[in-house]
Design a protein around this ligand. Sequence first.
Ligand code: C5P
Ligand code: C5P
Ligand code: ZN
Length: 457
Amino acid sequence: MLERAKALADSITQSKEIHIVTHIDADGIAAGAVALQSLQRQGKECSIEFIKQLDELVLERLQNENYELVWFTDLGSSISKNTPALKKIITDHHICPNGADAPFHLNPHLFNRDGAYDISGAGTAYLVAQSLDKKNVDLSSLAIVGACGDLQDRKFCKLHGTNRDILADGKKAGVLHYKTDLRYFGKETRPLHKLLQYASDPLLPGLTGREDACMSFLNTLHIRIKDGDLWRRWIDLTNSERQQITSGIAHLLLTKGFGHRLTTRLIGETYTLPQEKSGTELHDAKEFATLLNSTARYGQHDVGLHVCLGNRDEWLKKARNLLRGHRHNLVEGIQFAKEEGIEKRQYVQFFHAGTGIRDTIVGIIANMLLNEEETSNSLPLIGFAETETGEIKASARGTQLLIDKGLNLSVAMKKAAKAVGGVGGGHNIAAGATLPKGKEEEFLNLLEKEIQSQFSC
Ligand code: C5P
Ligand code: C5P
Ligand code: ZN
């Protein structure tokens, strides 16, 4: 991978003007920011754009725009062999079609690594940035934010593969810290009871989703939830208070029959950016990633990008406003999907949100729902939502157990979408597709057939 990264860096060195095309999620913004900073530091003329997906229309436009070099980050593997006229380099981590290997294409799947957990889009962009100039080592923090945004720590409760080399770089450069701690989201900014209320991996029986129950639980453990007028957060606790809560939660899970394997998921490696202010969303890599998701998924990519580039004050304020909206939309979206109802079929379950949920966040909602107590986790979950242009976005999410049984959502979504005139792809555990409206039933039938055959292989 390093040799390939070097070849991509050489293409950059030989070009004067480079256009970056990246994806609209946290990893996409982080990847774009890594690419942009590395180019700016080389004194290159550069521009950046954010897209939902790489379709024919985008490709045609890019060809007409005649860039000297286009750098695709967190996407692009699907077109590696197309459009030979477009001079490009690709740093991506999605499953790629056979024959996608090319001298300008860096993707872990081409090197026997898995893009679902070994390295993210931001990570692959970082490898090129490092090849350009070792001084870019500070960008390792953004590479880890990207990996956390893509939930790459999910499989092993810590980052794995090439991500660990990037972590080591970051630690040495003083831009990353990691330690073993509670894995729940929001340790820097959320009041304690909210941290428990939104706990999802593992979810907390009787507590997840119930604010009052979370407060009483903390009360029973004799944990003060306020300091004067201020809510206490995880980072405000003493070590012994943290231990007390962790033991209390572990006890709760075990006595409710959740088993040792699930209970151990409470604790894992957590990642912080020591150069950011403690108690802010930017100090914790997972919270940073959520802040980024709150921007680009709502068309406000410049906000997330500026925050990544270190432009704070005004931009951070804007990002925090967007974050409030994003949290609200997630809570409403989950409620909406539940009201619409999750329909179970033999090999998949699905909900159709119509225009009730933004197509850009339906995947996050599907993931959260799949982790809920009342949702079955023995079937992959597909969320449908209508896009602004009247097409249907489908987001599919699975579990590690289903992957171990042979599920590959990327392959299944791609095949089923293609057969109904759409496009799809992604990772084995999380994939997406866009299809023409009205084709959902046909798509589900094809998807089920494909998944059935994956399980019987
Ligand atoms: O396009 P990209 O790979 O950056 O998008 C990743 C999406 O897939 C995110 O929504 C992330 O939550 C999901 N994902 C996941 N589990 C993984 C890898 C990705 O849920 N192991
Ligand atoms: O959009 P969503 O979050 O559901 O996407 C899940 C994963 O599938 C992401 O990694 C995304 O980049 C990928 N995807 C894709 N092709 C599509 C839609 C999504 O590769 N048409
Ligand atoms: Zn990604």
